[in-house]
Structure formats: structure tokens, C-alpha cells
Design a binder for this molecule. Structure first.
Ligand code: HEM
Ligand code: NAG
Ligand code: NAG
Length: 315
């Protein structure tokens, strides 16, 4: 038997076996497109890299978009659907970036293998490629997700917010099958990207937060003035905003966390040991492992959902 056919069969058998056992990952597998669209992964990668070469800040946008997709109705590309009252128009998603990258990859894939590769898989692969481009470890992405046909703006409330306590963050992750370790290692995604001042400014002024290093307060105040533009953006990982490394955790230890939800991971005894763990070498590898877990949340497979023709509209 031809190699790629055998791989596909293994994938199919795996799918049947896991479906029979009722397992959560529904038999997605790394070889899913090996016969139907063998160039799927390389097409996504080349489009993502061509955009990141021009503007590295999109890497953070794409990583965050995948997280926001998976936490609302699972990783089904519901965040990409456009229209009134969709997730995409909901408050937590207004600053998402990188839609054009996913759309371009989809257009090329429709030309190469029409109707085969889902938007949900494209976004998942693009998130992995964004981490790799930024200096993180690579991992194999199980594929076989299908695209959802529903997007409801109000459901974005399942996403964690910048003021959430550790208890609230833990509950929101637990509701998606992710534990405290997953929470801390995935929050390490804030090793790249930026936040608008409006999400943390009160910590510097009206609700002065004693957990911020007092020597760091003036630095942040200079970046975010009390009455200035709340949409101004500041690095979540001071000093290393485009590099996927573990300096985010060193910043938490120093009291240099930007969001309240970041800094509490260090001050709360239930998450502090994990922050300490990620000061070491385990971060990149365990981030990759938890990304696979996150990428499997409530996925649609088999006959469920559809393969969207255009990522922003249901068929
Ligand atoms: C644990 C709870 C989390 C909270 C409360 C949270 C909250 C936030 C907030 C408020 C921002 C700034 C948004 C803006 O300015 O519009 C942000 C940015 C970001 N988040 Fe999170 N986040 C969390 C977890 C995650 C996870 C799990 C990932 C990915 C694995 C992630 C990836 C990112 C990235 C990459 C950015 C920067 C986006 C950019 O520069 O465009 N976050 N997050
Ligand atoms: C890169 O993209 C970001 C966000 O989309 C934008 O604010 C910034 O101006 C861009 N930088 C360049 C050099 O184009
Ligand atoms: C966070 O809490 C502060 C008050 O402490 C508030 O001004 C701000 O609007 C809150 N932000 C969000 C996104 O809920």
C-alpha cells in the first residue's frame, strides 16, 4: 500500500476507535490531509510566514484569535464568521488581528484542494506557525476539524477577562477541560503581543495595585497616561514583545505583569508553583502540549459542521 494511503487508513481507524470509546479528540490526526490535500500545511505556513516577515505583530494576533475561537463553541472557526451580533463583533474580539492571513490561506487552499481544508484547521495551524516563527517550539497539529455554522456574540462571555481572579480564570479553563497547569502555561502566550491601556490603566491610577513593582509604575504611567488614549498599546512581556520565550514569567516574578489577570498568577498560591516551574526549561514544550489540548476543545468532526468556502461566511 502507498505510504500516504496507509497513513490515512491509520487516521480513519484511529477515528473509529476513539469515537467508539467516546474519547474527546474524536479521532483527529496529524495525517488527516495526507491524501486529500498533502500540501495543506505547507500552504498555510508559507502564507503565514510571508505576512509575519512583513509584520511580526500579527503572530500575537493569530495566536490570540485561535484561543478566542476555541473558548467559544470550540475550535470551529466561529470567530471568523462576520455579521451583526456575531462573536467577531463582540467586545472581547474587537482587537483581534490576522483575519486577512486566514482568508488568504483559505483562498489558496480552495484553489489547490477545493472544499477540503476547514477554516478551523487553518487557524489552528496558523497559530502553531506563528509561535514557531516567534521562537517557540514546534508541535504536530492533529487536524480534521470542521467549521461551525453558528456564531453568537453574547457567547464570548465565556472568555477570560483582564480583571478575572485566579478562581474565575480557573473555572473558565476548567469548563473547557483545561486544568490549572494548562491555564498558567497558556497564559504564557502573553510572551508575545500587546494590550490596550484601557485594560489595565486603573491599576496605575484610580485602583493603584500594590502587586506592581513600585519602580515599574512610572514606566507604565509614561506609556499609559491617566486620561490619554485608552487604545494605545503596550507590550504584555516588557522587553521581549515579539520573542516567544519565558521572560513573561520572569516579569510576573518581578511584579511586572501588565494585566491584573497576569500578575495574580504569581500572587495566588494555587498558580505560583507553575509560574516558578516555567522560569525553567519546561515552558516551550509544555506550552506546545497544552496548545494541542486547547486545539481539541469541542471540535466538530465527521459529518458535523461543514467545510466553509469562505471563512467569514457560512456556506
Ligand atoms: C488566562 C486568561 C487570559 C486573559 C484574561 C487574557 C486577556 C487578554 C487581554 C485583555 C489582552 C489585550 C487585548 C486587547 O488589547 O484588545 C490579551 C492579549 C493577548 N492574549 Fe490573552 N488572555 C488570556 C489568555 C490567553 C491565552 C490562553 C492566549 C494564547 C495561548 C492568549 C494570547 C494573547 C495574545 C497573543 C495577546 C496579544 C494580542 C495582540 O498583540 O494582538 N491569551 N489577552
Ligand atoms: C503591524 O500591524 C499592526 C497591527 O495590525 C499595526 O498597528 C502596525 O502599524 C503594523 N506595522 C507595520 C510596520 O506595518
Ligand atoms: C476592570 O476593573 C476596573 C476597576 O477596577 C474597571 O475600571 C475596568 O473597566 C475593568 N475592565 C474590564 C474589562 O472589565
Amino acid at each position: 500500500m502507498e505510504g500516504s494511503k496507509r497513513l490515512f487508513l491509520v487516521c480513519l481507524l484511529l477515528a473509529l476507535a476513539t469515537a467508539a470509546k467516546g474519547h474527546g479528540d474524536h479521532g483527529m490526526c496529524v495525517e488527516f490531509y495526507s491524501t486529500s490535500c498533502p500540501q495543506a500545511e505547507s500552504i498555510v505556513r508559507s502564507i503565514v510566514y510571508s505576512h509575519l516577515r512583513k509584520n511580526i505583530s500579527l503572530a500575537a494576533g493569530i495566536l490570540r484569535m485561535h484561543f478566542h475561537d476555541c473558548f467559544v463553541r470550540g475550535c470551529d472557526a466561529s470567530v471568523l464568521i462576520d455579521g451583526p451580533n456575531t462573536e467577531r463583533r463582540a467586545r472581547p474580539n474587537l482587537n483581534l488581528k490576522g483575519y486577512e492571513v486566514i482568508d488568504e490561506a483559505k483562498a489558496q487552499l480552495e484553489a489547490a484542494c477545493p472544499g477540503v481544508v476547514s477554516c478551523a484547521d487553518i487557524l489552528t495551524l496558523a497559530a502553531r506557525d506563528s509561535v514557531v516563527w516567534s521562537g517557540g517550539s514546534s508541535w504536530e497539529v492533529p487536524t480534521g476539524r470542521r467549521d461551525g455554522r453558528v456564531s453568537v456574540g453574547s457567547e464570548a462571555s465565556t472568555l477570560p477577562g483582564p480583571n478575572d481572579t485566579v478562581a474565575v480564570q480557573t473555572d473558565k479553563f476548567k469548563a473547557k477541560g483545561l486544568n490549572v497547569q494548562d491555564l498558567v502555561v497558556l497564559a504564557g502566550g502573553h510572551t508575545i503581543g500587546t494590550s490596550a491601556c484601557q485594560f489595565f490603566r486603573d491599576r496605575l491610577y484610580s485602583a493603584r495595585d500594590p502587586s506592581i513593582d513600585s519602580a515599574f509604575v512610572p514606566t507604565l504611567q509614561a506609556l499609559c497616561s491617566q486620561d490619554g488614549d485608552g487604545t494605545k498599546r503596550v507590550a504584555l512581556d516588557t522587553g521581549s514583545e515579539n520573542k516567544f520565550d519565558n521572560s513573561y514569567f520572569y516579569n510576573l516574578r518581578k511584579g511586572h505583569g501588565i494585566l491584573r489577570s497576569d500578575q495574580v498568577l504569581w500572587t495566588d498560591p494555587s498558580t505560583k508553583p507553575y509560574v516558578q516551574r516555567y522560569l525553567g526549561l519546561a515552558f516551550k514544550y509544555e506550552f506546545a502540549k497544552s496548545m494541542v489540548k486547547m486545539g481539541n476543545i469541542e471540535v466538530l468532526t465527521g459529518a458535523n459542521g461543514e467545510i466553509r468556502k469562505k471563512c467569514s461566511v457560512i456556506n
